[in-house]
Design a protein around this ligand. Sequence first.
Ligand SMILES: Nc1nc2c(ncn2[C@@H]2O[C@H](COP(=O)(O)OP(=O)(O)OP(=O)(O)O)[C@@H](O)[C@H]2O)c(=O)[nH]1
Ligand SMILES: [Zn+2]
Length: 339
Amino acid sequence: MTRGGAAGRYDESDVRVRPGKGTRPRSKRRPDHADARAAMVVGVDRGRWTCAPEDDPTTRVVAMRARELGRTPVVVGDHVDLVGDTSGADDTLARIVRVADRTSVLRRTADDTDPYERVVVANASHLVIVTALADPTPRTGFVDRCLVAAYAGGLEPVLCLTKADLVDDGGAGFSSAYAELDLPVVVTRLDEDPVALREVVIGRVSALIGHSGVGKSTLVNALVPDAERAVGEVSGVGKGRHTSTSAVALALPGSGWVVDTPGIRSFGLAHISPDDVVAAFGDLAAAVEDCPRGCSHLGPPADPECALDPLVESGALSAGRLEALRRVLTALRTPAWEA
Ligand SMILES: Nc1nc2c(ncn2[C@@H]2O[C@H](COP(=O)(O)OP(=O)(O)OP(=O)(O)O)[C@@H](O)[C@H]2O)c(=O)[nH]1
Ligand SMILES: [Zn+2]
């Protein structure tokens, strides 16, 4: 499901027809690759894409991109068509000839001023925002930035609060800040199986995001028993061990995928506008069409004529929900390094 309006806007995954066949229209269906094998990208490393064929998802086929793809980015979660040797045998290399339109895009910029945005994960239906209730201290700023990225990219956000064993209230205090956003909240602790989280991710493609040390690897290992994500080690380059910093999709027992995103520590949001966020709040998207041009929907004093305020007066919108939406919108204005 595409929640945000922004996801459908991107046609960067359209494949260009090879130059020289000038009269042929741009096409996603090249008849000469009618026998291509459909697959999902599960990992990317130095110009090689690891793919899981849809007809045999436990096989791994390593592929390069065909020249006809041009500069189309191909990321974890992309649905691609493979040709060539798709056996997955050692030392074989297939070619990616097509990338399907995406249903969602988790995107980021390096910081809020970086004009270059990067798709990190494609086609995930859910973004699981992993935050520890203690050690490290939870910060709403990071959660709010993740919410913005989810809403704008067409992913359903889920708040996952870890280390409940370290606090007295079971997470009620922290999650109350999100109560008005209709956000699913799951709470986990080291001494219990993450049953509620498993129910959220099973049969779906979910991206997991969180700061270092929040317990994300612990969760991934519980969900995917053979994942062997390193626990308690600071992941990244130059920390003793060279671990991957790019996204990787791991198959859940049964069906579904979790995409771990070890490299993502910050979330530049330069590419997102307030309207992209409001678009995810179905009923409110129509209301803000009455706002003045350039309204950032924060209300007075910044936006005295924002059309969301009269909705509260008329009873169509609760004050608490508007406040929660505005706190998320404020994340757009808060520099990434302060969040
Ligand atoms: N008390 C408690 N500790 C936990 C819990 N979950 C994880 N931990 C501990 O927190 C530390 C960090 O856990 P990881 O799973 O490595 O955290 P991470 O988010 O993957 O961190 P990076 O690997 O740095 O990305 C480890 O020592 C875990 O044992 C929990 O629910 N309760
Ligand atoms: Zn407005």
